[in-house]
Design a protein around this ligand. Structure first.
Ligand SMILES: C[S@@+](CC[C@H](N)C(=O)[O-])C[C@H]1O[C@@H](n2cnc3c(N)ncnc32)[C@H](O)[C@@H]1O
Length: 311
């Protein structure tokens, strides 16, 4: 979203509860045109005091939009009717009251119910449906965790694919670095992919027994890229290492698989608050690997981490 707003524009952001401080710091450092206005768990607003000099898309949010008005439900519904645009309605905590179909590139409205400190308020906002904003209301996940999934990382794959608008083709090859115990691998196997998982820790039986799974039972540091079994189409990275470590270690893999690579889903862990200032550098490092960063976002299945999707 490129902005050319007047001085009174406000923006709202939805993030995972617990990530508000990351988002505030990111905005303070990277979007100095925005000044903090209001925050409650998972919902923050900022005022644009001058025109934004760059595309707005902080990493530590799931979704964001331009504030139009705040009021009773009736008031915001009336305003939305006047504007005559598709309007979805949900709460900042994930209750979905009305979903509408919004075409890619279309401008749409949303009513967000914010209940905080015993007070109920309704925000009306506007956003453009692109890869920078969430395909689902508030960026909440539309998936449920299957009972046999080895870990919640299953949801990170499903949410990441939906956010980036990627449909995997059955028969494609994926490499997952940091694959144990296997939630993400399991999601990929369910989608018909052939998966190579790399992790010094054990994989769950459900993955190990699958005919389309191969375990490289080693660390990324020890791994020799010529041990890869297939031409890799999709790379998934989810190691519990600091971002610098993750990015340094995957470089040799990306270099090797780039000719066949269709896309890379890289999860970076925010092991320290101080790392917020390095986020632009992390995106640059990915671009220096010859990939184009399409979106970097928080997913509802994330803890203190964010996803870079690059192709
Ligand atoms: C968040 S877990 C991954 C969860 C997994 N993606 C899933 O779907 O269940 C992080 C993993 O990174 C792995 N890891 C940490 N350091 C690693 C390294 N140097 N090389 C490979 N894997 C590593 C850990 O063993 C751990 O299993």
């Amino acid at each position: 979203m490129t902005q050319n707003q007047a001085s009174t524009t406000f923006f709202y952001f939805l993030c995972n509860p617990g990530s508000e401080a990351f988002l505030k710091e990111e905005i303070r450092l990277i979007y100095p045109e925005l000044s903090f206005a209001y925050s409650t768990d998972g919902f923050l607003t900022f005022k644009a005091s001058r025109v934004l000099g760059k595309t707005l898309r902080p990493v530590f949010c799931r979704h964001f939009g331009k504030f139009i008005m705040r009021g009773s439900l009736e008031e915001v519904e009336n305003k939305a009717k006047q504007m005559d645009l598709p309007t979805r309605y949900y709460s900042k905590d994930g209750e979905i009251y009305r979903e509408v179909s919004i075409k890619y590139g279309e401008v749409a409205l949303e009513i967000i119910r914010v209940y905080a400190q015993g007070k109920e308020q309704f925000y009306l906002g506007e956003f453009k449906n692109t890869v920078l904003t969430s395909p689902h209301p508030g960026g909440f996940s539309s998936a449920t965790l299957p009972t046999d999934a080895p870990s919640r990382a299953y949801l990170k794959v499903i949410d990441g694919l939906e956010y980036a608008g990627i449909k995997l083709s059955s028969g494609d090859h994926a490499l997952e670095i940091g694959s144990s115990p296997g939630g993400a691998t399991y999601a990929l196997l369910e989608k018909g992919l052939k998966v190579e998982g790399l992790d010094p820790a054990l994989m769950s039986e459900i993955c190990l027994r699958h005919p389309n799974f191969h375990h490289h039972h080693t660390s990324i540091q020890e791994f020799k890229v010529f041990d890869l079994k297939n031409h890799i189409h999709w790379l998934f990275v989810d190691m519990n290492l600091p971002p610098e470590g993750t990015l340094a270690e995957i470089e040799k893999v990306v270099e090797k698989i780039r000719p066949s690579l269709k896309g890379a889903f890289i999860t970076l862990k925010m092991t320290k608050f101080d790392l917020v200032k390095r986020v632009p550098m992390y995106l640059n490092i990915v671009e220096k690997m010859g990939l184009k960063v399409v979106v970097a976002t928080q997913l509802s299945s994330h803890k203190q981490e964010f996803l870079i999707y690059a192709e």
